[in-house]
Structures are given as C-alpha cells and as structure tokens.
Ligand binder design. Structure first.
Ligand code: 8X3
Length: 250
C-alpha cells in the first residue's frame, strides 16, 4: 500500500518546513507556499515522493485550481496541516495599519478556510482524515499590541472547534496546535524585516525551535485511530504565558 498523503501550507519556512522534513519519513507530501524556489529546494532535499503547489492562500481561485490540478493518485489527502500564517505589526490598536489587519485576517483566517474547503469534501467522502490547524498561544490569550493577530488566532480556535463538531460524524480528526514563542522568521515578518528587533524576541531564554513543534505534530498524527488530540499548547519551558517569560539577566 502506498504511503498516506499530507498537504502542508506555509512549507517554505519555519514550522511548515520542519513539519515537511519530519513527516517525509512516513508520508507522501504536497508542499505548498508562495515562494516556489524555496519549495523546489525543499523538495530536492526530501527523500519522499512529493508535489509542489505554489500559491498564496489569500488567492481563493488559485487555491482551488491548484488543489484541483493534483493528479488522481495525489487527490486522496489524508492529512492537512494548515500552517500558513503570519503576524504583521505589533501596534496598539489606535496605531494599527489596516493593510496589516487585512493581511492577518486574509492569510490566517480566510486562507485557512479556502484550503480547508478544497480538501474537506474529499475527507468527508472517504470518511477519514486529520486536519491540524497550527494556531498559537495568541488564539487562547490576548496580549497588549496583539489585538488583530490575537483576533485572527482566536478565529482559528473557533474554526478548529467548529470543524471538529461538523466533521465528528465523518470520523475526521481535528487538532489545534498552539505554540508559544518559536524562533523562526515569524518575528522578522512581524517587524517587517527589522532583524535586530526580531532577534531580541528570542534573547536571554531558550525559545522553541520549529522542529519541536514539527515533532509534536508528528506525535499527534501518530496516535491510534480512536485517539484525537483536540488542543495542544506547546511552550518553551521558560514561558508561562504570552507575557510571562523567564528571561535571564545577562
Ligand atoms: C506566535 C506566538 O506569542 O508571538 O504565535 O503570539 S506570539
């Protein structure tokens, strides 16, 4: 029997890329992202059978046509990892940029919905599948200046719960992974390329690495058929909440 198929969005970096590398041991992979060059590089390094789908999750038409374009033997997707997501800006609500708000709601919420809509009907028809939504501690807590990013991840939390209810009778698992501070390009994107500001987020304590989250996703997927991990908060040992981090003085 051929290996199951996992589709991962946002596979060009960070948690998505690490998840692709970890799952490549046991899955055929459909790696998705905006940056085709990065997907091609990743594909060349993966030992498993893989396909590239290059799209921006915000582009509804392309999401549907890309997933529809998969050859017949790649259409039966067993696992969907909805990982694509970003933070744009860390401003007080009164200073926020509406373009940043659009980006976060469009990518983190609407993009997740488009990809899910393209894949869920097949899972329902086959009565099997596992959807892993990569949310955030920001989906469980709100912190100062997090406003719209937190709202977008709270929406992901609500969608995870709603999906789990609606898909319950079809035997489909739905999991939310809620990471705290993970050292990736996340803060660089949030601070619009300001690498100095971004690197400070991860200084004086030990943040999670993308591989820590990827291995957790692998664990969740490897549970027996009758076990569904619903929500999983994963934090660095040095982090107690969005705002409590045990930073060591230098
Ligand atoms: C990323 C973690 O704390 O910056 O989702 O919101 S945090």
């Amino acid at each position: 029997m051929s290996q199951p198929i996992a589709l991962i969005t946002g596979a060009t970096s960070g948690i998505g890329e690490a998840t692709a590398r970890v799952l490549s041991k046991n899955y055929r992979l459909i790696i998705c992202g905006r940056r085709k060059d990065r997907l091609e590089k990743l594909q060349s390094e993966l030992a498993c059978d893989s396909k590239i789908l290059s799209f921006d999750v915000r582009d509804k038409e392309t999401v549907f046509t890309s997933i529809e374009s998969l050859p017949a033997d790649w259409k039966e997707i067993d696992v969907l990892v909805n990982n694509a997501g970003n933070a744009h800006g860390l401003d007080l609500i009164q200073d926020g940029n509406p373009d940043d708000w659009d980006a976060m709601m469009d990518i983190n919420v609407k993009g997740l919905l488009y990809v899910s809509k393209a894949i869920i009907p097949g899972m329902v028809a086959r009565k099997k599948g596992h959807i892993v939504n990569v949310s955030s501690i920001a989906g469980l807590e709100v912190y100062t200046r997090g406003n719209v990013y937190c709202a977008s991840k709270h929406a992901v939390d609500a969608l995870t719960k709603g999906m789990r209810m609606d898909l319950n009778e079809h035997g489909i698992k739905v999991t939310s992974i809620d990471p705290g501070l993970v050292e990736t390009e996340f803060s660089e994107v949030r601070f619009k390329g300001d690498t100095e500001k971004a690197s400070k987020v991860y200084q004086n304590y030990t943040p999670l690495k993308a591989i820590d989250v990827a291995e957790t996703i692998e664990f969740v997927l490897n549970r027996p058929a009758h076990v569904m991990i619903g929500d999983l908060l994963i934090l660095p040992t040095d982090q107690a909440s969005s705002t409590i981090v045990n930073k060591k003085s230098q």
